[in-house]
Write a protein that binds this ligand. Structure first.
Ligand SMILES: NCCCC[C@H](N)C(=O)NCC(=O)O
Length: 482
């Protein structure tokens, strides 16, 4: 068969988009579990006695194994060597295991009273489960990015990445809007003694929204099996029957290829600028989401049951805008400029959130929508820019290194915010310890931290644009080859 008439499966629009649809289910489930606890923060405090610092520790667990045990980096190396089928299945399986542990910890009331390594046993095991789950969802994230490059290079790649992200963000949106109603729906009545009297108390089921996540993750795991058969067909359609079989590598060759990939990637200044921009940008958005519902209660006076509604607008806007901005990047280019505009919006929004004025819910709605625009702009240009800087055979490793650096922020920033929140509001901590009425948190300092990250992201965005001019990566050029 000659090159001219050989057709790859990816030339079929239906096959490309079908494959994307299937892997998006897995990511949707993963993003739902990632943020499912955010609207439950006030409930975790009132039902289980968690503090903001405790919540910060739990949230930071997302990065524990990825960062300290280098799981993400191993994931990228495995992806480049073992391929997307093996890595995708492995990562979606890890997600299920981690979520199951987290569900067990949250639904087990006997764990509330004990401590392990100085923290609540419940928080400890929930965090371990979340940390295991995070290995899976992060490795799945890089696998999916590489899968999209594989199917869409030369086609509508940024648009496809935007569509996949949109579906994933639908998971985030559900995570912000659904958990409180779900927990209330499955609440149970039990009798407690208060002031010497037996009273009936309604307890929300905090584990119900996590059980729902577990079901979604199992569906995502099954979906990946379906994708695997498509991936096999794609490879067969691209294999030249006359090509010689690739000789398997010896152990020495394997290690030297891994180190040579790592050396080339970390020696690339463009890679570092994207990675730093990534950690600054995402640390000012994802950790914010973890506190957003609590911010709505404490700054904007919303009730616990409605507090998740405003933050859920954030991913809502991204559903439409990420693919649109991706499409603009595909056709018109201007990737670096798009990232800078996104960072400017971050600075603007968090600065206004930090001001101890304008405490009206509609201001929060507008700011959240603008933050959603920022969360559409930056990723729609950032991820499709990586293949312009890094060759395809090193993409898994490069994405994993970027995610690894990003995970320092996703781990450290929520911890910092929880700590700063408790430190700047000693009266809340005292009231909780004394069992008296709990005053509202003042969110000024945490929001200033988020704004500072946005300011640094703008600076790095300009450095990236300058580097692109010098090295000619083509970040400002369209992705679609005419
Ligand atoms: N809330 C999900 C966290 C996913 C983090 C992941 N490393 C990532 O950055 N994905 C790209 C994105 O824009 O979601």
């Amino acid at each position: 068969m000659t090159e001219a008439i050989r057709q790859s499966l990816r030339d079929s629009k239906a096959a490309r988009w079908g494959a994307l649809g299937i892997i998006s289910i897995t990511m949707f489930a993963g993003y739902y579990l990632t943020d499912v606890m955010s609207p439950l923060k006030p409930m975790l405090e009132s039902e289980f006695g968690w503090s903001s610092t405790t919540y910060g520790i739990f949230t930071s667990a997302y990065g524990w194994f990825n960062v300290f045990l280098l799981m993400l980096i191993f994931g990228g190396i495995i992806l480049d060597r073992m391929g997307a089928r093996f890595t995708g299945l492995m990562s979606s399986g890890i997600m299920v295991v981690g979520a199951a542990i987290k569900f067990w910890a949250i639904s087990n009331p006997t764990l509330i009273t004990d401590t392990t390594f100085g923290i609540h046993t419940q928080v400890f095991y929930a965090s371990i489960g979340f940390a295991i789950f995070a290995i899976g969802v992060e490795i799945a994230g890089i696998t999916v990015s590489k899968i999209i490059v594989k199917w869409f290079k030369g086609y509508e790649m940024a648009f496809a990445m935007g569509m996949q992200m949109a579906v994933a963000r639908l998971g985030t949106m559900l995570a912000l809007a659904a958990p409180v109603p779900l927990a209330m729906y499955f609440s149970s009545v039990h009798t407690v003694v208060e002031n010497g009297q037996l009273i009936e108390k309604m307890s929300p089921s905090i584990s119900a929204p996590i059980a729902f996540a577990l079901v979604l993750l199992v569906i995502g795991f099954i979906a990946f099996f379906i994708y695997m058969s498509m991936d096999k067909k794609l490879e067969l359609s691209e294999t030249d029957p006359n090509a010689e079989a690739v000789k398997p590598m010896s152990m020495n060759e394997l290690w030297s290829s891994i180190f040579s990939d790592l050396r080339q990637i970390i020696g690339n200044k463009g890679f570092w600028l994207i990675a730093i921009l990534c950690v600054l940008f995402y640390s000012s958005v994802f950790p914010f989401i973890k506190y957003a519902a609590d911010l709505m209660v404490n700054k904007y006076g919303l009730s616990q049951s409605t507090a998740g509604m405003i933050p859920s607008l954030l991913p809502l806007g991204t559903l439409f805008l990420t693919p649109i901005f991706g499409g603009i990047y595909d056709k018109k280019g201007k990737g670096a400029t798009i990232m800078i505009i996104g960072a400017v919006l971050i600075l603007l929004v968090h600065t206004i959130f930090s001001l101890p004025i304008l405490n009206y819910w509609y201001v929060a709605v507008v700011l959240t929508i603008v933050l959603g625009i920022a969360l559409s702009l930056v990723p729609s240009a950032m991820w499709p820019s990586v293949p312009k800087i890094i060759p395809e055979n090193q993409l898994g490793t490069a994405f994993s290194l970027i995610f690894w650096i990003q995970n320092w922020g996703l781990m450290g920033v929520p911890l910092l915010i929880g700590y700063v929140l408790d430190k700047s509001n000693p009266e809340v901590v005292i009231a909780k310890a004394a069992g008296t009425e709990i005053p509202l948190y003042d969110y000024t300092n945490p929001m200033m931290i988020f704004a500072g990250l946005g300011a640094l992201a703008i600076f790095v965005g300009f450095l990236l644009k300058r580097e692109d001019r010098i090295k000619g990566y083509g970040l400002q050029l369209p992705n679609i080859q005419k």
